[in-house]
Design a protein around this ligand. Structure first.
Ligand code: MN
Length: 294
């Protein structure tokens, strides 16, 4: 009798699940959760070219510029490649190198633990990988920067963008398109140090960082220049206010980005996964954007 009851219960459960299945998948396709079919469609769209992959990284080599801090602060080394063997007596059948590089060199990822305000928060190894992936929002300030290399994104910049393109979606990467990437192969042009001794390149600042961390839900911000803060942010209080506020709020940074002109203002998905360096404060990264081809 007990066994019969169990069996009837099992039958009822299975019947219930089967009855629920159609409405459950209907809910999923309405956007509540990704069905396996959505990922297969993405794969097929990549193969067909309906979704393009845009490489947002600059090449990493010995010429890659590094940020220059004034004395007494220590500076980072750049990238160096060291040959192990290349089809020679040290390795007749194989080619390989080893390299040395600062965590904050070239196209790279800033983790919250990079900054004093984020001390004790996530480093690259402990950051949740799901937070490396999110919708990309591209704020084009190319014209403003052409007129003013010290341009800093403000609350008004973002609100004007939202008036045209809609509210920044949840878990977004907010990217500043400035045209600065065209200077990335020339350290002098890229750092743009003036007669005042200050570097003059654009970035995010206190106002944008406060707005984005307090009034929007973002993963982090990204720029084409050598840092997420503008060059003149070094002289602000706090120094490098975007770093201080963004990392203090547990958000990420991406710098030295390329090819932002190939992204729509909204509609792309960005994947930026840093190396899993133990206690790494940052890491070279190769961010890629998935972009609808039409
Ligand atoms: Mn950095």
């Amino acid at each position: 009798m007990h066994r019969l009851t169990l069996n009837l219960t099992t039958v009822a459960l299975v019947a219930g699940l089967l009855a629920c299945a159609p409405s459950d998948s209907a809910t999923r396709s309405a956007g509540a959760a990704a069905a396996p079919a959505d990922l297969m469609a993405l794969s097929q769209n990549l193969a067909s070219g309906d979704v393009r992959v845009v490489d947002l990284s600059q090449v990493l080599n010995e010429q890659t510029p590094v940020i220059q801090l004034p004395p007494p602060f220590a500076n980072t080394p750049g990238y160096e490649r060291h040959l192990i063997s290349e089809f020679d007596e040290k390795g007749p059948g194989w080619y390989w190198n080893w390299f040395s590089v600062g965590e904050h060199t070239g196209t790279h990822f800033d983790a919250p633990c990079h900054w004093a305000t984020g001390k004790g928060l996530e480093c690259v190894d402990t950051a949740e990988p799901a937070r490396f992936v999110g919708p990309a929002v591209v704020i084009d300030v190319t014209d403003e920067v052409a007129n003013n290399p010290d341009f800093i994104v403000t609350r008004a910049t973002i609100e004007a963008w939202e008036a045209e393109h809609g509210r920044i979606p949840p878990r977004a990467w907010v990217l500043m398109r400035s045209g600065w990437a065209s200077r990335a192969n020339d350290a002098k042009e890229f750092l743009n140090v003036g007669e005042d001794g200050m570097a003059h390149y654009p970035g995010f600042g206190q106002e944008s960082a406060e707005f984005l961390t307090r009034e929007r839900d973002i993963l982090g911000v990204g720029t084409e220049a050598i840092g997420t803060d503008a060059g003149i942010g070094a002289a602000h209080d706090p120094a490098f206010p975007n770093h201080a506020i963004m990392h203090g709020a547990g958000k990420f940074g991406l710098t030295n980005l390329a090819n932002l002109d190939q992204l729509p203002p909204v509609g792309a998905v960005l994947i930026a996964a840093p190396l899993k360096l133990e206690r790494g404060s940052g890491s070279p990264v190769r961010p890629i954007a998935l972009v609808p081809a039409r």
